[in-house]
Design a protein. Structure first.
Length: 185
């Protein structure tokens, strides 16, 4: 009986320790942007999410996001514009193929919301970023939703072109339990 109790406790502890590691996946995710160009809004999306997410509502101090997207995946629905955005003046995807966000802290917000602070790196330029996000539990992970605004000039995107400096980003990131969660102790 003691062995059974110890085994159950060990499995429970392993679930706590290993049960909070997730990886972002493209299926169910969306990373989109919107910017004004000549007075009209235009936008697009990115895909190719990779990284590691550790999320535990009851222990936010141990929660982290280290997520990248594939800059070469930029898609505005116009292939000529996509090719232009991949060039040196914009995302320079040959030299900087990934965009990265790494959290530095996660704190509770209102109701089912949280506040994340971290570092966003685009084209080897890193700036502080904080934004609210919500979390919804799914069958095998979480879905994180958030919105924020960046200055494209902070990241040397687009030079002195006619597009607005303000770029609005909307995130829906589906995260599934990582393979390390299924490893036996």
């Amino acid at each position: 009986m003691k062995k059974l109790g110890a085994s159950i406790c060990m499995q429970f502890l392993c679930a706590i320790v290993f049960g909070q590691d997730y990886m972002p996946v493209d299926q169910g995710s969306s990373v989109s942007f919107k910017v004004k160009n000549f007075g009209f809004y235009t936008g697009g999306t990115f895909s190719g999410l990779q990284g590691h997410i550790r999320f535990d509502r009851s222990n936010l101090a141990s929660s982290t996001f280290d997520v990248t997207i594939d800059a070469t995946s930029v898609n505005t629905g116009v292939s000529m514009r996509d090719d232009h955005l991949k060039e040196d003046l914009y995302f320079n995807v040959k030299r900087y193929p990934r965009i990265r966000f790494v959290s530095t802290s996660i704190k509770p917000g209102r109701e089912n919301a949280f506040e994340v602070k971290g570092k966003l790196t685009i084209k080897d330029r890193t700036h502080d970023l904080n934004f609210p996000f919500t979390v919804t539990q799914s069958n095998d992970g979480y879905v994180f939703n958030g919105e924020f605004r960046i200055s494209r000039k902070d990241y040397d995107i687009g030079g002195s072109s006619s597009i607005s400096d303000a770029v609005d980003i909307t995130l829906t990131v589906a995260a599934k339990k990582s393979l390390s969660n299924t490893a036996s102790p």
